[in-house]
Design a protein around this ligand. Structure first.
Ligand SMILES: [Zn+2]
Length: 374
């Protein structure tokens, strides 16, 4: 069994001490593969005089040259031929329409599946109880390879689906929001016996809750109903809606308690699933390690300091995603969490001021005003 597969089989997902040694070996294994099979990656490492076999401890992963996520928007980097690209995914795009393209290999996808089940189980998201889904995101269509859409759709398999209602529908070459359709479906299906699950962009979920509250509409959703949020809260910072307000609104309008609100995040360039714990902290799982770097010197900062978020994982072999540098600003916390997880947790606090970088979620308000290309 490869070291990477062993890492994805670890029992204790949130105990870094138990997986550190294996993590280092898995990174070395993937690094050697990527170095030998991707010319561009080889060039990047050679330029820094870095050899994969020198990865023997965690500090070596800090030294491993990282690739900025913006690079994947301009270049397609692959370590496997096209016929071995099992899934292709693109980022949500920016206002300039440039997206990252990433290919996932079959084994990488199996690891991903294993990860999703283990991580989701922590919050009892996987269930055999059939439910109605309200997808506050894109309805899949064959022209669309966006990872957020695939993820949201994938999450509608975590419990059997009685129905799926989508907020963003595709017609005549673009997506248009239909929040009224969601509200009608919530009022209708929410009065039945089966639980209702919301999933998708926090912005849309918030808009729906706010619209319902403003109209004096509320429903007490059946037990086991839940809200799954994914795709980021960044737009909330601007609108000054904090999470507490959101939780309060969900309780008032839908009768969903805070412990049934689960948030996740991930990125096309780093397809590791981060799920918040009951205290809403994003603990780093065994499958990745996070470094926070000084924006000027790029040196790794200690816990508790704000810096650029550098994400590492040996999960995928088809694209060299071993170490990617995001344009997110974050903090890695290492204080004990009441949930009992031993791993540090990541707090994303915003994005570096590049005005043309806007995620699709952040563009939600714009989309509501007038349509947006797929
Ligand atoms: Zn926790």
């Amino acid at each position: 069994m490869s070291k990477i597969s062993k890492l994805f089989a670890v029992k204790d997902v949130y105990n870094p001490e138990a997986s550190d040694a294996l993590y280092v070996e898995a990174m070395r294994e993937n690094c050697a593969f990527s170095y030998n099979n991707c010319k561009e990656y080889q060039k990047i490492l050679d330029a820094k005089g870095f050899k994969p076999k020198t990865i023997t401890k965690m500090e070596d992963i800090e030294r491993l040259p990282f690739i900025p996520t913006a690079t994947f928007k301009r270049h397609e980097l692959y370590s496997m031929p096209k016929h071995r690209h099992f899934i292709k995914a693109t980022s949500s795009g920016t206002s300039s329409g440039i997206r990252s393209k990433v290919a996932l290999d079959f084994t990488g996808c199996l690891h991903a599946l294993r990860m999703v089940f283990k991580v989701m189980n922590q919050r009892h998201v996987i269930s055999l109880r059939p439910c109605h889904y309200m997808v506050l995101g894109y309805k899949p269509n064959r022209h669309n390879e966006m990872a957020v859409m695939k993820t949201a759709y994938g999450f509608t398999w975590l419990a059997p689906a009685l129905s799926r209602t989508y907020a963003l529908k595709y017609s005549n070459g673009s997506y248009a929001p239909d929040l009224e359709g969601i509200i009608n479906a919530v009022l209708k299906k929410g009065r039945g016996r089966a639980p209702v699950r919301f999933m998708g962009f926090p912005a849309y979920t918030y808009f729906v809750l706010k619209m319902m509250k403003d109209r004096g509409l509320s429903v007490k959703l059946p037990e086991h109903s839940m809200i799954m949020l994914g795709g980021g809260w960044k737009q909330f910072y601007k609108e000054a809606v904090d999470k507490e307000t959101f939780y309060q609104l969900a309780w008032e309008v839908l009768g969903i308690p805070e412990d049934r609100i689960v948030e996740s995040f991930g990125a096309v360039e780093h397809p590791v699933l981060y799920l918040d714990c009951p205290h809403h902290h994003f603990h780093v799982p065994a499958y990745s390690r996070v470094f926070i770097r000084d924006p000027h010197t790029l040196e790794v900062l200690p816990y508790g300091r704000v810096g650029l978020v550098n994400l590492t994982t040996p999960m995928i072999k088809a694209t060299p995603l071993l170490s990617v540098m995001t344009d997110d600003l974050g903090i890695l916390h290492n204080e004990p969490c009441p949930c009992g997880c031993k791993s540090p947790y990541l707090e994303i606090i915003g994005r570096v001021g590049l005005k043309d970088i806007k995620t699709c979620a952040a563009g939600a308000a714009k989309l509501l005003e007038g349509g947006m290309d797929k």
